[in-house]
Write a protein that binds this ligand. Structure first.
Ligand code: CP
Ligand code: NVA
Length: 305
């Protein structure tokens, strides 16, 4: 029997396969922009399971899958009660009989691993507390579009060492990057993953706590909310802890070069990033958001091959 492919972590793939996804993203982006007839998912269905809120992930997956000829079903936090109303391994086997692919946004990373373990159809990770692989694939595609290359680009991530950082670290195990995570003490990314990504020997990885020196020579400054979904009750306390890590005009000016600004969105303006930086010419946040759709389309096509 053919082994089913999932998209759970970027580091499950080799650099050649990741390049295949990026190259295909470019092709499907051109087709989508022209609204060409392109129906690789004709008569297929995608179940989209959301245990957390979403704007981009829901709309980009649904729009992309339907454009490619398929039907996408939205299942919100109160619809199927994944892990609460019934066992994940049961949902996994039931949907495997109905659908052709599942995209899931869940809290616990172990839940998506469980979903994948029992599924006979591809599972796409649409974010967990641990990582967000589709986002970072769209991000590196966006960097490639803007800079023309990605080799050894200096990406400085400013803020919480969260799921976004974990996916950057996974990518850094496959592509040579110069990746810096600048966060308050106590908010570092997962220690084992940092060690693993350094040991991979592909990229330069640095975890630091001084924003002013971290941004020097940055090609990209990237940030994300200080309190992620599931942590919003900590938002007030985190505001004090993270205040020196705001991406503002002064910080952008310290890089010494023309630096791009990126954010996975949703942004909390004038918290982790100022309105001015979000609206500046160097901000490519909406290119990133658009590219979610194209890169995910490419990922889904590759999984179904
Ligand atoms: N960046 C991202 O995943 O956005 P949503 O939470 O709106 O899906
Ligand atoms: N770190 C954020 C990313 C949102 C796309 C969160 O998990 O809420």
């Amino acid at each position: 029997m053919k082994k089913v492919k999932h998209f759970l972590h970027i580091s499950d793939y080799g650099s050649e396969e990741l390049w295949d996804i990026l190259n295909l993203s470019k092709e499907v982006k051109a087709k989508f922009r022209n609204r060409e007839d392109y129906t690789p998912f004709k008569n297929k269905s995608l179940a989209m399971i959301f245990a957390k809120p979403s704007a981009r992930t829901r709309v980009s997956f649904e729009t992309g899958f339907e454009w490619m000829g398929g039907h996408a079903l939205f299942l919100g936090p109160t619809d199927i009660g994944i892990g609460k109303r019934e066992a994940i391994k049961d949902i996994s086997r039931v949907f495997s009989r109905y659908n052709d692919m599942i995209m899931a946004r869940l809290f616990d990373h172990n839940h998506i691993l469980k979903l994948a373990e029992y599924s006979t159809i591809p599972i796409v990770n649409g974010l967990t507390d641990y990582n967000h692989p589709c986002q970072i694939m769209a991000d590196i595609f966006t960097v490639w579009e803007h800079l023309g290359n990605i080799e050894n680009v200096k990406i400085v991530y400013m803020g919480d060492g969260n799921n976004i950082v974990h996916s950057w670290l996974h990518l850094a195990m496959c592509f040579p990057l110069n990746f810096v995570c600048c966060c308050p003490k106590g908010y570092e990314p997962d220690k084992d993953l940092v060690k693993q990504s350094k040991d991979a020997g592909i990229s330069t990885i640095e975890i630091t706590h001084d924003p002013k020196s971290a941004v020097k020579d940055a090609d990209v400054i990237y940030t994300d909310v200080w309190a992620s979904m599931g942590q919003k009750d900590e938002a007030k306390a985190r505001e004090k802890i993270f205040k020196d890590f705001q991406v503002n005009e002064e910080l952008m000016a310290l890089t010494g070069k023309n630096t791009l600004f990126m954010h996975c969105l949703p942004a909390e303006r004038d918290r982790e990033v100022t309105d001015g930086v979000m609206e500046s010419d160097n901000s490519i946040v909406f290119d990133q958001a658009e590219n979610r759709l194209h890169v995910q389309n490419a990922i889904m096509i590759k999984l179904s091959e």
